[in-house]
Design a protein around this ligand. Structure first.
Ligand code: P5A
Length: 446
């Protein structure tokens, strides 16, 4: 993309309404625009990052054997009356009447709707196990929408639902989700720690939240510092293997890590003092096992091996897709702006032309741009007629992890400069070498 033809409405001033750094930087970098309290338009740069996160989630869900679909945002209240949650959900639910005076709502989650789909089409235990998911907008009329996309009223969630014959099978689905979530967050450049949590209005016994440590996090968390040394890495997992998924769960949940709702001071005290940590965390996902909580009242049964109908065991699993955009920025920025991890960056590399209009500089930039594109990379070429300082400031603000700087002086010696946004280190090299370097950096990502 050429910046002169793009839509990147960056702000020079710090917006006064933004209390935390991710909100401020998202507004300044022209990623979002508020349209009402807790409701945002995703401008092109923000939309690109949102899509990257969505794609990672899709890939990892399907790797785990979960099946994508799409349910509507608007729901009929009838299903919620059946499950008993229509009243229980309270004022967080946005209730709407259609022209026939029917009770509708903008879905805050989809347990009821998916259970209805299941009971309409699945009749036998032979069709299990089954896990369906979608990535769809949700609405929760939060009392205090704040921090930009981190606590929105309208927000994008990946929500998945498993249907199993036995509790044991459903727990395997739970473990499979835990593993696939760890992988997903790591691909986004995040360390998200699974913590035992409270199940709230979703219900159920077993639940873990995934938290990214950040000063501005809304949850207070307590953990053993050893847990932050764990990472998933590039190990291959057979998602069908009960033992493998179970062992990852045990590894990642063997140390104390809890949110304030389930914090147990006595247990915490048992950790050696130098390893005890209290911090803030951003909740970027949560997984639940709730057994037959919805299947029983809604009659979601299958015929078991003995021919008798049994209610299915279920769980649900959510990732805060739009919240993650903010969470990644909270975890990765400096005083100049955002620093995108390679896995989610809106463009792979920025090209800064120090002398727009100069034949040689323009030619070198065009050639770089074409060869990067030919390799499947997505460069952003700042071809505006602007001062170098302004171009650098924009690149730093929008946070592309790599920058190639092209100017007449370097070109005389046959070199351009490749700069890392994270370390600030620059290196001079031939343009072809810069392209090769970038191809290497993004191998396995693009
Ligand atoms: C699990 C999927 C559920 O709703 N039902 C379907 C279950 N879980 S949850 O924990 O309530 O939400 C899942 C994730 O969505 C994000 N989230 C939000 N993001 C932005 N703004 C909000 N107001 C908001 N509320 C929830 C969180 O990341 C949460 O973990």
């Amino acid at each position: 993309m050429r910046l002169s033809r793009y839509f990147l409405p960056v702000l020079k001033e710090n917006p006064s309404e933004a209390q935390i750094v991710s909100h401020r930087l998202m507004l300044r970098a022209g990623m979002i625009k508020q349209s009402a309290a807790g409701i945002y338009s995703w401008l092109p740069l923000g939309f690109k990052v949102l899509r990257k996160i969505e794609n990672i989630v899709h890939e990892e869900q399907q790797r785990a054997g979960h099946i994508p679909m799409l349910m509507p945002t608007l729901q009929s209240a009838d299903l919620w009356k059946e499950s008993g949650r229509y009243d229980a959900y309270g004022p967080e639910m946005l209730r709407i009447k259609d022209r026939q005076d029917r009770d509708m709502l903008y879905g805050p989650t989809n347990e009821e709707m998916i259970t209805d789909i299941f009971r309409s089409h699945v009749g036998s235990y032979k069709d299990l196990p089954l896990t369906l998911y979608h990535i769809q907008w949700k609405f929760r009329d939060e009392v205090r929408p704040r921090f930009g996309v981190m606590r929105g009223r309208e927000f994008l969630m990946k929500d998945g639902y498993n249907f199993d014959l036995t509790k044991e099978d459903a727990l395997h689905a739970y473990n499979r989700h835990l593993v696939s979530y760890l992988r997903s967050y790591e691909r986004m450049g995040l360390q998200a720690i699974p913590m035992r949590a409270d199940s709230g209005p979703i219900g159920g016994d077993d639940t873990h939240e995934f938290l990214v440590l950040a000063e501005t996090g809304e949850s207070e968390v307590f953990y053993d510092s050893q847990i932050t040394e764990l990472n998933f890495g590039d190990r291959e997992i057979d998602y069908d293997s009960i033992e493998q998924c179970q062992s990852v769960l045990e590894e990642f949940t063997s140390r104390y890590a809890r949110t304030d709702e389930t914090h147990d001071a006595a247990l915490f005290e048992e950790i050696p003092e130098d390893r005890r940590r209290t911090a803030r965390g951003i909740e970027v996902g949560q997984i639940f096992y709730f057994g037959t909580k919805y299947s029983e009242p809604m009659g979601a049964t299958v015929q078991g091996p003995d021919g008798k109908p049994v209610p299915v065991h279920m769980g649900s699993h959510g990732i805060g897709v739009s919240r993650l955009v903010g969470a990644i920025i909270e975890a990765s920025h400096d005083d100049k702006g955002i620093i995108w991890p390679e896995g989610v960056t809106p463009f792979h590399v920025g090209i800064v032309n120090l002398k727009q209009g100069d034949d040689q500089a323009n030619g070198a930039c065009d050639a770089l741009y074409d060869s990067l594109k030919a390799l499947g990379l997505d460069p952003l070429y700042d071809d505006r007629d602007e001062r170098a300082g302004g171009k650098f400031a924009t690149m730093d603000l929008i946070g592309l992890p790599w920058r190639i700087t092209v100017g007449p002086r370097g070109l005389k010696n046959g070199v351009v400069e490749l700069t890392s946004r994270r370390t600030g280190e620059s290196e001079e090299m031939a343009p072809e070498t810069a392209v090769e370097r970038l191809a290497g950096i993004y191998r396995g990502i693009v």
